[in-house]
Structure formats: structure tokens, C-alpha cells
Ligand binder design. Structure first.
Ligand SMILES: [Zn+2]
Length: 452
């Protein structure tokens, strides 16, 4: 029978959030099928970076979306990859011949090349939803961005969705978390369209428990509630799967893009830069800092997982001053390899080792420190939960897989990471993996590797 694959992405669902009490459906699935408790995200563990790694099968060093917000050369304007117009410009820059980088593959294109189809139903940010199947319109795939009619393809598909499933419910609850009704609606659309279209691959993205974690922390009542809501929707998907999806050849993956951890300290980067002698300007929203010393200008993202870009001259004194300013506030400071060779520092890690070094990306990265390995937050932040850094919980997303092609009652202890998902999905379908995909096929999850 022809294999099909459904991938459910539960934003910021850390592997350790599985429990009998709050997520009994997912817990049961983990027991009965394959679980990968040591699954890893990519660094920086931010949503659009992860969405790009999931779709492309590549590390950020290759796909080039190396942050949610990034200062792009030559003028250092801050781009937001959550906005389609910024993302389009960013993608255009990534494809410029001057960068000498061949195009990056993705799941949608590989499937289309083999005459297979991809259905995307997503309720995440516009940028994230677009990245899941960037060329969906040109490839003839269906992409339903539940909240944004203009990003749905083919033309008229949002209207069709509303006709078939009713109007899109309110997106947020009064407390700022995504509404349970939005999750239920998204899953209804997914299951309805799977039945109607029978695609080869379906990709569904639910935006919680991410927001509940950011706003209230991962050990809050609101986060518990978000986990229960997500688990209930996953239970509906399992019910469909057990009743008929499995018999139709569907393999089922439940996964997350990254995890989440709670910050327990705030760090004041602008104050530290001023104390170190930088001439410092902070943008109104507090997110972008410009720090100048002796003719070197650093554009700094003031975030739990932050970075700095330098587009002019780089003097040794200002660079060392910036690094010495950041070190006491951070778990890790990374520096582009070329700069680290020029200015060696044993307390700084090479950016290439984190696999996110890119010509358009920042030359300096840092992760703010809380206590005991927890993330730190930028001063003044009202958020509690964070991801983006390389802390254990931030980098440990859920990964469960079940179906005829997959092992039952199996726990894989082998290392795996987000770029492995796309090549693994393609292999389950018998579609060739593009040569430039960097991920590994997770053959250890397969029930019988001889049949694949
Ligand atoms: Zn996310």
C-alpha cells in the first residue's frame, strides 16, 4: 500500500512535557510507538529558524534563516521573518548570486519533483506558515494559513475552507494565549482536507503551548491548560488515524520545533554596554541596540538568544570590549570563525560549531544566563518562558512516530535533529532525498529497513 505521512507540529512542546495527567493521548502514543526522547532542535531554537530546518532538511548555516529577527546588510535594518514582506526580501537576498550559495532544497519541491503532493494546514505566524512550503503556489500544492486568506493557495482556498468549516474562530483568549477553538478548527480543517484530497504528505502546525509558555512559564496553570488542549486535539487526530488513517497508509509523527524553559533572571545589556564605554542607542521597543566604539558599529538584538552584526570596520578593542561585556551576562558567546581566528579567546565558541554561521547572519551570538542553566531574560521583559538558546529544555523538542513503517514500543536513544525529519519523511515515501539536504534519514525508527 502507498505510504503517506502526517506531521503534527506542536509549537514549543518540550519532550519533558509529556505526562499521564496533562497529555494522556500523546503519552499513550509514545508508549505504543516510537519515541525519541533525546531529539534536538537547531540553534538558535527560534520558530522560523526551526520551520526552515524542518522544511529544508538543512541546518541554519545552509538555509540562511538564522534568527526570527535579524539585521540585514548593508544598512542593518531589522527584518522580522514573521512578516511575509520582510521574509520575501530576506529570501531574495539569500538567492543573490553574490552569496555563491546554490538553492536550498525543501520538502515541497522534492515531493513535487516526484509527482507527490503536500497539504499544509497551519495556524502559526504568517512567516512560519509560508516557510513550510515556500513555493506551494508554483508547485500546485495546497497551503492553508488558517488566519491569513492572502497566504492560502490555490486562489479561493480560504473561501472554500470557510464555506466548508465555518468562519475562523477568535484567535486569542483574553489572557493572550491562542484559543482552544482555533486549535480545534485547525485540526477539523486538516482532517477534512485529508479526507477530501488524500495528499501524500500533510503538515499541520498548532501554535501552542508556545504562547502559554512565553506569557506564563512552563510550570503555570495556563501552560497546563494549553497542554491539555493540544493533547485533546492530538487525540482527535489519533482517533481518525486508528479508525481509518492507518489503513489508508498514513504514518503519523507528533513533534515540536523546539522546547521552552523559564527564565529566572534579567540581564541589562544596554546598561552594561554603556558602563563599558560604548556610545549606545536603544530603539523605542528596546529590541535593537546600536553600540559604537572607535569607529566600529555593532547592531545588537537585545534578546534572551541575541546577536550582533557588524558591517563596517572591526577594531580589536571594540570587539574585545563587546565580548567582555557580554560574557558575565551569558551562558555562551559565539563568534564567527574568521573573527575568532583573528582575535582568539578561549571563553568564546566558534559559530560554525553551532551550525548557524551564514554570510547574511550575525557574526556574534550570545545566550543570556539565568541560574542553573536556565535562560536569562533581557531587562524589562514581561515574558517568563524562552527558547532560542541552547539550554537542555529549549533544544529538546517532542518527537514521536507511529505507523506500519515504524517500530512499535521503541525508544530511540540515537541522536537526531530537526534537519533529519524531511529526509526521513521522503524516504518513507520512497522519494529520493535531494543531495543538498543535510539531515540524516532516521533509519533506526523504521520497523523493517529492508522494505524501504
Ligand atoms: Zn516555535
Amino acid at each position: 500500500m502507498k505510504a503517506r505521512v502526517l506531521v503534527m507540529v506542536l509549537d514549543a512542546f518540550c519532550s519533558d512535557m509529556l505526562s499521564e495527567k496533562l497529555t494522556p493521548n500523546l503519552k499513550r502514543f509514545a508508549r505504543e510507538w516510537t519515541s525519541v526522547p533525546a531529539a534536538r532542535s537547531v540553534f538558535p531554537s527560534e520558530t522560523r529558524v526551526c520551520a526552515s530546518s524542518l522544511a529544508s532538511g538543512c541546518w541554519p548555516e545552509r538555509h540562511g534563516i538564522t534568527a526570527n529577527y535579524q539585521f540585514l546588510p548593508p544598512d542593518g535594518r531589522l527584518f522580522n521573518s514573521g512578516l511575509p514582506e520582510d521574509l520575501r526580501e530576506w529570501k531574495k537576498r539569500l538567492s543573490e548570486p553574490a552569496l555563491c550559495v546554490p538553492p536550498v532544497p525543501d520538502l515541497g519541491r522534492a515531493l513535487a519533483g516526484a509527482g507527490r503532493s503536500l497539504l499544509t494546514v497551519a495556524a502559526a505566524s504568517d512567516g512560519c506558515c509560508s516557510l513550510l512550503d515556500w513555493d506551494a503556489a508554483a508547485l500546485g500544492h495546497t497551503r492553508l494559513v488558517v488566519r491569513t486568506p492572502s497566504l492560502c493557495t490555490p486562489d479561493g482556498s480560504h473561501e472554500d475552507m470557510v464555506r466548508a468549516f465555518g468562519p475562523v474562530p477568535a484567535v486569542r483568549e483574553a489572557d493572550g494565549t491562542y484559543s482552544p477553538a482555533l486549535m480545534a478548527y485547525t485540526v477539523s480543517v486538516l482532517l477534512g482536507r485529508i479526507d477530501a484530497d488524500m495528499p501524500d504528505v500533510a503538515l499541520c502546525w498548532l501554535p501552542e503551548p508556545d504562547m502559554a509558555g512565553h506569557l506564563f512559564g512552563t510550570r503555570s496553570m495556563q501552560h497546563d491548560r494549553a497542554l491539555s488542549v493540544i493533547d485533546e486535539q492530538c487525540g482527535r487526530v489519533m482517533e481518525w488515524w486508528e479508525k481509518k488513517g492507518r489503513d489508508q497508509g498514513w504514518q503519523l509523527l507528533f513533534m515540536a520545533d523546539h522546547g521552552m524553559d523559564d527564565a529566572d533572571a534579567q540581564r541589562d545589556i544596554p546598561a552594561a554596554l554603556q558602563a563599558a564605554g560604548f556610545e549606545t542607542t536603544v530603539a523605542e521597543d528596546g529590541q535593537a541596540i546600536t553600540a559604537v566604539m572607535d569607529g566600529s558599529t555593532f547592531r545588537i538584538l537585545n534578546a534572551a538568544s541575541g546577536h550582533a552584526r557588524l558591517d563596517g570596520p572591526c577594531g580589536e578593542k571594540p570587539l574585545r570590549a563587546l565580548i567582555e561585556t557580554l560574557k558575565p551576562l551569558c551562558h555562551d558567546v559565539f563568534l564567527a570563525d574568521a573573527l575568532l581566528q583573528r582575535f582568539p579567546d578561549p571563553g568564546v565558541r566558534p559559530l560554525s560549531g553551532a551550525r548557524c554561521s551564514h554570510a547574511l547572519g550575525p557574526q556574534i551570538r550570545f545566550t543570556l544566563a539565568g541560574s542553573d542553566g536556565n535562560p536569562g531574560a533581557p531587562s524589562g521583559s514581561v515574558k517568563i518562558g524562552f527558547h532560542g538558546g541552547c539550554g537542555k529544555r529549549e533544544m529538546n523538542p517532542l518527537l514521536l512516530a507511529g505507523g506500519r513503517l515504524l517500530r512499535s514500543r521503541y525508544e530511540s536513544l540515537k541522536p537526531s535533529a530537526l534537519p533529519d525529519i524531511a529526509p526521513t519523511v521522503l524516504t518513507m515515501l520512497g522519494v529520493p532525498v535531494p543531495e543538498r539536504m543535510q539531515g540524516r534519514v532516521l533509519t533506526e525508527l523504521f520497523a523493517d529497513t529492508g522494505t524501504l
